[in-house]
Design a binder for this molecule. Structure first.
Ligand code: SF4
Ligand code: FES
Length: 249
C-alpha cells in the first residue's frame, strides 16, 4: 500500500505546531498502525531527519500508552481497539491519513503526537487506591463474599487502561468516563468501601483542578473507548458524589 500521511509536528509544549505531509510506500495491510509509523521513522532517520514522536509501550492493547487521533477519531476507525491494535487493512491503497495528538488543555503536547497525561496519575494519587493493613495474617480473598453483579461491574470498570481517548473525543474534554470507571472499580468491592466517600470527593476535586470539562451526556466517550467502559459509571459516580457531599456518607 502507498499512503499519504498528514502528521502533526510540534517541537515542544510552547511551540506552534503544523501538519506536515509524508508519503510511505510498501506498507503491508497486515502491519499495525504503529508499525507503519515505524517504517516512516526509519526512513526519516536514514535521511537524517527527526523521527515523529509518538507514545507506545505494550502494543497489545493493555498499557494505554498509544494515543493517536486518526482521521478525526480517537484510536482511529474501528470499535473497541487501541491505536496499536489498528491494522493497515482498515485503510485503502492511496488513502490520505490525518494523524494528530489527543487535544485537551489538561493533556499538553510534549512533542509531535505525544501528550502529557500525568493529570490522570494525579487523579489516581488523590484517591484511586485502597489502604490495606499488611501486618499480621492476610485474609483469604475468597473469605470475603462479593455479589456477582458487583464483581462483574467492578471488573468491567477495571478494564479501563487510562488511555485518555474519552477526554480526546469529548467536546468538553471531560475525564468523567475515566474517573467514573476508577471510582466504580474500587467502590463496588468491600475493600474499597472504607474510603468510598473521601475517594469520590477527592478524585472529582482533582479532576476539576486539572482543567477537564464537565460531562454533557453526548456519549462520544463510550463510543470511542477501546474498552467499552459504560456511561453507567459516570452516573454511578455522580450519585455517589451527591451522596457524599450532601449526606456526608
Ligand atoms: S474510560 Fe476508556 S477511553 Fe477513557 S481512559 Fe479508560 S479505557 Fe481509555
Ligand atoms: S501501546 Fe499499549 S495499549 Fe497501545
Amino acid at each position: 500500500m502507498k499512503l499519504n500521511l498528514k502528521i502533526w509536528r510540534q517541537n515542544g509544549p510552547k511551540s506552534e505546531g503544523k501538519m506536515v505531509d509524508y508519503a510511505v510506500d510498501n506498507i503491508s495491510p497486515d502491519m499495525s498502525f504503529l508499525e507503519m509509523l515505524d517504517v516512516l521513522n526509519n526512513e526519516l532517520i536514514e535521511k537524517g531527519e527527526e523521527p515523529v514522536v509518538f507514545d507506545h509501550d505494550c502494543r497489545e492493547g493493555i498499557c494505554g500508552s498509544c494515543s493517536l487521533f486518526i482521521n478525526g477519531e480517537a484510536h482511529g476507525p474501528g470499535r473497541a481497539i487501541t491505536t496499536c491494535q489498528l491494522h493497515m487493512r482498515s485503510f485503502n491503497d492511496g488513502d490520505t491519513i490525518y494523524i494528530e495528538p489527543w487535544r485537551a488543555d489538561a493533556f499538553p503536547v510534549i512533542k509531535d503526537l505525544a501528550v502529557d497525561r500525568s493529570a490522570f496519575d494525579r487523579i489516581i494519587a488523590s484517591g484511586g487506591f485502597v489502604s490495606v493493613n499488611t501486618s499480621g495474617n492476610t485474609i483469604d480473598a475468597n473469605a470475603i463474599p462479593i455479589k456477582k453483579e458487583n464483581a462483574d461491574m467492578a471488573f468491567d470498570a477495571a478494564t479501563c487502561i487510562g488511555c485518555g481517548a474519552c477526554v480526546a473525543t469529548c467536546k468538553n474534554a471531560s475525564a468523567m468516563l475515566f474517573v467514573g470507571a476508577k471510582v466504580s472499580q474500587l467502590d463496588l468491592l468491600p475493600q474499597g468501601e472504607v474510603e468510598s466517600k473521601e475517594r469520590v470527593l477527592k478524585m472529582v476535586d482533582q479532576m476539576d483542578k486539572e482543567g477537564f470539562g464537565n460531562c454533557t451526556n453526548t456519549g462520544a466517550c463510550e463510543v470511542e473507548c477501546p474498552k467499552g467502559i459504560s456511561l453507567e459509571h459516570i452516573a454511578r459516580m455522580n450519585r455517589r458524589y451527591f451522596e457524599a457531599s450532601t449526606t456526608g456518607n
